[in-house]
Design a protein around this ligand. Structure first.
Ligand SMILES: Cc1cc2nc3c(=O)[nH]c(=O)nc-3n(C[C@H](O)[C@H](O)[C@H](O)COP(=O)(O)OP(=O)(O)OC[C@H]3O[C@@H](n4cnc5c(N)ncnc54)[C@H](O)[C@@H]3O)c2cc1C
Length: 462
């Protein structure tokens, strides 16, 4: 179980710097996020001697600045969406959200993470070093004046918000800032149309801000199925979010009331706060990977199926610092794969049937191939698509947007599933299970699902 769900356990001292001493371990982990935690747990369970280096507070992105804190705001935005859809249908008045109070509620969770995380590592018997890790040579890391040596080193250093080289970028706030802001600005402009921008846009709109998204390409949410993205854009616009594509930002200027964003072609947009959501880059620079003959790349380290960095035996990269999908469950699985191989057993990484969700209102969820990807692979398949808003489960909640699209292969197998709808994230997990377990689409019709539930609606999709 990863620490983001279960922090806690006994205390432990952090090793103080001891000058010019070489400390030896079986495994050194760099980074205390969900990937670092999972490696530590699996390696200590296998009785390996483990050290972990962390340069910031313990806990990592998911628990402190990502999945977990974000959902405190997302669930309240969901509440507003539901209430608005049911206004006049029994709901007399929509609730009013209070950013400050939600932030305080969220902080109760996040404030406890660093100490809980540190205690968890201590409970496992991991020796902790506070500072930035840097390679001296293969198998040897330096933290301050202390040198650490191990046969296996696992990089779990994560990623951070990309900084664009354009005038005024210093005025932008990033996703950490969005989640930490004590008050929500009256108008928010997001540069970048990826999943974080869309999720935060829906949150900000539900809390009453005027929201604008600018994307430099002609398609937002590019990793999702195009047809459903169009429906998600419609739902977003209906929620009051203004979306502009093919807007290449050229500069940001301070104004009396906030900031002015200039784009190629002359378009200008104003907002009280501007957020830069131009993707994320792997945290690799400070590690002196050059000493091992590795050139760091912002897209992350290239790894093999055991999570070893190509060309460097004994060096592993897991989670967001590897060039693999940047999602928490992926980080956890990669960490387990690395630890299992370090402990002398064989386990390979498999990225098939990987579900993902963009927590818009309603959420957009996806697993497997998009239609474009299936066509590029020359696969034979049938498309099943539909609008769910007429279905009883959707009517009851007053849903105005709800669509699905399935790709069913020639043997009846699910090749891809894409859903825009209330609790689509939970529905998509079922399709992931079916794909992983080799269940055919028809299996969804054979099960007598508990009824009426959103799960039971999956049988109408296949
Ligand atoms: C806003 C946001 C929302 C997200 N929402 C979701 C979601 O809904 N679902 C989902 O699956 N994923 C989501 N993610 C992605 C998810 O958070 C990451 O995939 C996951 O947290 C990566 O974990 P990690 O352990 O690889 O890295 P991290 O948790 O980032 O940990 C890396 C750690 O390494 C430390 N470190 C870095 N360099 C060094 C060094 N040289 N020396 C010592 N320490 C170092 C850092 O300080 C950090 O603590 C979201 C991300 C963001 C930003």
């Amino acid at each position: 179980m990863c620490h983001r769900e279960q922090p806690g356990q006994p205390t432990q001292q952090i090793e103080r710097k001891k000058e010019n001493l070489m400390k030896k371990y079986d495994v050194i982990i760099v980074g205390s996020g969900t990937a670092g935690y999972t490696v530590a747990k699996a390696c200590t369970d296998a009785d390996l001697k483990v050290a972990l280096v962390e340069e910031d507070v313990f806990g990592g992105t998911c628990a402190l600045n990502g999945c977990q804190p974000k959902k405190f705001f997302v669930v309240q935005a969901e509440l507003i969406g539901m209430a608005q859809h049911l206004e006049g249908k029994g709901v007399v008045q929509s609730p009013i959200l209070d950013w400050k109070r939600t932030a305080a509620f969220k902080n109760e969770f996040t404030d406890a993470v660093p100490s809980g995380s540190e205690k968890s590592f201590a409970g496992m018997g991991v020796t902790l070093y506070k500072g930035s890790a840097r390679f001296v040579e293969a198998g040897v890391l330096e933290v301050g004046d202390t040198q650490l040596q191990a046969e296996s080193i696992v990089l779990a250093t994560g990623a951070r918000a990309r900084v664009l080289d354009l005038p005024g970028w210093e005025f932008t706030r990033n996703s950490n800032d969005f989640l930490a802001q004590p008050e929500l600005p009256a108008s928010c402009l997001f540069i970048g149309g990826g999943y974080i921008a869309f999720e935060f846009a829906h949150v900000a709109a539900a809390y009453g801000a005027q929201v604008t998204i600018l994307d430099h390409t002609n398609r937002v949410l590019r990793q999702f199925e195009a047809e459903l993205v169009d429906a998600a854009v419609e739902a977003s616009e209906a929620a009051g979010i203004s979306i502009h594509t093919q807007q290449v930002t050229t500069g940001i200027k301070r104004t009396d009331g906030g900031y002015l964003v200039r784009c190629q072609g002359g378009a200008e947009y104003e907002a009280e706060a501007v957020y830069g959501f131009a993707g994320r880059v792997a945290n690799l620079e400070g590690l002196n990977l050059e000493a091992l003959g590795v050139s760091p790349d912002s897209r992350g380290l290239v790894v093999d199926s055991t999570m070893q960095v190509e060309g460097v035996p004994g060096l592993y990269a897991v989670g967001d610092c590897a060039r693999t999908p940047a999602l928490a469950p992926v980080a956890d699985r990669e960490a387990l794969v690395a630890a299992t191989n370090i402990a002398g057993q064989s386990l390979k990484m498999d990225y098939s049937a990987l579900p993902s969700v963009c927590f818009t209102q309603p959420p957009l969820a996806s697993v497997g191939l998009t239609e474009e990807a299936a066509r590029n692979q020359d696969l034979n398949f049938e498309v099943r698509r539909g609008d769910m808003t007429g279905w009883p489960n959707q009517r009851r909640i007053g849903a105005t947007h709800g669509r699905y699209k399935l790709l069913i292969g020639e043997k009846g197998q699910v090749l891809g599933a894409h859903i825009l709808g209330h609790e689509a994230g939970d529905q998509i997990n079922l399709f992931a299970l079916a794909m992983k377990g080799g269940l055919k689409g028809d299996a969804f019709k054979e099960i007598m699902w508990a009824y009426p539930t959103l799960t039971s609606d999956t049988k109408y999709m296949v």
